[in-house]
Design a protein around this ligand. Sequence first.
Ligand code: ATP
Length: 361
Amino acid sequence: MKAKASKKAGGKTTAEGMAMAKTKAGGKLCVATLGSHSALQILKGAKDEGFETVCVTTPNRTKLYSAYKFIDEVMEIPSFKEFDSVEDELARRNAVVVPHGSFVEYLGMEANKKMRTKYFGNKHILDWETDREKQRKWLSMAGLRLPKQIHDAADIQGPTIVKLYGAKGGKGYFFVKNKREFDENIKKLPAGEKISIQEYIIGVPLYIHYFYSPLDKKLEIMSMDIRYESNVDSLGRIPSKHQWGFDVEPSYVVVGNKPVVLRESMLAEAFSMAERTIKASQKVCPPRGLFGPFCLETVITPKMEFYVIEISARIVAGTNLFINGSPYADLLYNEPMSTGRRVAREIRNAEKQGRLDEILD
Ligand code: ATP
């Protein structure tokens, strides 16, 4: 096995840590994830719920993750692609993997699906999330307002965004207003790159983080964020008269996230959109559909209409803002409740109720 048990920042050995976690939690499951994306939040939440925690990461990140006391063990692998080399060890630890945005990105879809370690969530929903056409079918079935899809570049008439497939944090997306601009930009992409051409919605991009509990059949709004994207969010700092004469194109690369609360009169619609999304997921991907953390990525127009530009069927990085809870989580819990901790609580509740098979894949 290539995994290596690192010494804990708190000075305790792995064995001691494990014994402590067992006594504290009275349980035997441990929570593991890849050291990236929202791993700190997930593992902090798991520790708060009394689980043993394991972070699987690459050598350049071992020091970072070893610095946190709530991580009981850091397992090192040469690259994320070699995750399967620690799967036997994770099975021995009775680990549950909590996936996040880096799983499909680093391991690839097939490896993610083939993972043998117990996995929090429904892997089948990934097909509906990653395929943009399937995703559209699902969200349309949920009655969500979606940006118009353009099938032929000749039909581009007005603000349009060209998006690549896969979660790339907006990387490579470009903005065009007509077929000529489309033709100029498309040349810059590698041949055969899959794209989606979409009406560009002018408004405020707002990302709503939810949690759906399959145990309680309850939906919760956990938090919200606005992403800060380079350079589209900074172009307004240069008056348009100064933009004349230099060739600046908007780009949508995410560089950070800002907390936000929604006008309360719009909350009911935010809740209903997610309820419908869950219901539709059970139809397109029966029987379990989508559960656990997810995010509706919306743009809100001046008419206060939500357009859903995408769904992320798992924890999103914007939840990292709320490790101590958010205004919305405060309304539901009398303790700091991050999305990561909420996942751990669901695992704990399922374990107590003997219903782990309902939440694991
Ligand atoms: P991730 O999966 O990390 O959320 P992604 O690469 O799938 O990212 P999107 O969330 O689809 O990207 O979009 C990235 C950004 O592009 C959005 O935050 C938004 O600024 C812009 N964008 C995407 N689609 C639209 C649209 N139809 N109208 C206006 N802006 C859009």
